[in-house]
Write a protein that binds this ligand. Structure first.
Ligand SMILES: Nc1ncnc2c1ncn2[C@@H]1O[C@H](COP(=O)(O)OP(=O)(O)O)[C@@H](O)[C@H]1O
Ligand SMILES: [Mg+2]
Length: 275
């Protein structure tokens, strides 16, 4: 599955001042174009507030576009019928930043991971027993065990919760994952383990990633290509090695300078890669 984002602009309306009067709109994305090829791991990096989550929401069809278009395998996602959109959503899953907020505290891990299998029950035809088998398979795949099945989210650490979020995203065997800062809420020591898992899953399952982060170190470990976004505009994109060795913009140089540990031998991402 390929994703093409073509000249996307998103302007949020300004605050209402009167019946016909609105304040000036806020341009969260301006003329953004990028494409993610099947099997690729594409990074989107930029600091907080630069428009990364807005782009995610546009890709998921949760926001209308002010201009431009978003195509999956050539089909414009804002022109799909509800049924086509549901099909697409089973092929395209998202892992959120905050594993606390994205898991329902009243549901067991089993039910959380099984939920997409129920929602997409018309596409993934499994009876209750097959669903439970699939849930266990998924937990093992992300490094959890059968002992975790009937526990609740609050009983888990942040890293384990993010593993649960990943298992849920993988349940319906998607081709494409959007990972919106999947490790940003985790301790650095745990980040490396979760990144390592995501890296392995991508290779094993042949997934395509759009990997969003404010941290170029994370992008370097996971991604082949990267686009740098600043205040809603892409300021450069290309192979990760080029961006690291020969950044073209001051902003990218600033992001590189802000990397938590510039010594690669001491970086947790380096350790994860060597494992
Ligand atoms: N629904 C909205 N209405 C108005 N402004 C918004 C809305 N959603 C996001 N924004 C603004 O768009 C900008 C980009 O936000 P976001 O996409 O969440 O950035 P990031 O994910 O890179 O941190 C921010 O300034 C944010 O305040
Ligand atoms: Mg965000």
């Amino acid at each position: 599955m390929t994703l093409e984002i073509q000249n996307v602009t998103k302007i949020f309306p300004g605050p209402r001042r009167g019946f016909f009067d609105r304040g000036e709109g806020f341009t969260a994305l301006e003329n953004v174009s990028l494409s993610v090829q099947k099997g690729a791991s594409f990074g989107l990096v930029g600091e907080s507030g630069s428009g990364k989550t807005t782009l995610t929401r546009c890709i998921l069809g949760l926001e209308t576009l002010s201009a431009g278009s978003i195509l999956f395998d050539g089909a414009d996602i804002h022109k799909l019928t509800p049924l086509q959109m549901r099909r697409l959503r089973s092929r395209l899953q998202i892992v959120f930043q905050d594993p606390y907020a994205s898991l329902d505290p009243r549901m067991t891990i089993h039910d959380i991971v099984a939920e997409p299998l129920v929602i997409h029950g018309d596409l993934v035809r499994l009876d209750a027993r097959q669903r439970s088998e699939r849930v266990l398979e998924l937990l093992l795949q992300v490094g959890l065990t059968s002992a975790h099945l009937f526990r609740y989210p609050h009983e888990f650490s942040g890293g384990q919760r993010q593993r649960i979020g990943i298992a849920r995203a993988l349940a319906v065997r998607p081709e494409f994952l959007i990972l919106d800062e999947p490790t940003s809420a985790l301790d650095v020591s745990v980040q490396a383990d979760v990144l390592n898992l995501l890296h392995r899953l991508q290779k094993e399952l042949g997934l395509t990633y759009l990997f969003i982060s404010h941290d170029l170190g994370v992008i370097r470990y996971i991604c082949d290509d990267v686009a740098v976004i600043y205040r809603g505009r892409l300021i450069e994109q290309g192979p990760v090695a080029n961006i690291f060795d020969n950044p073209q913009s001051d902003y990218t140089r600033m992001l590189l300078d802000a990397m938590p540990d510039p010594d690669p031998d001491r970086s947790p991402f380096r350790k994860a890669a060597a494992r």
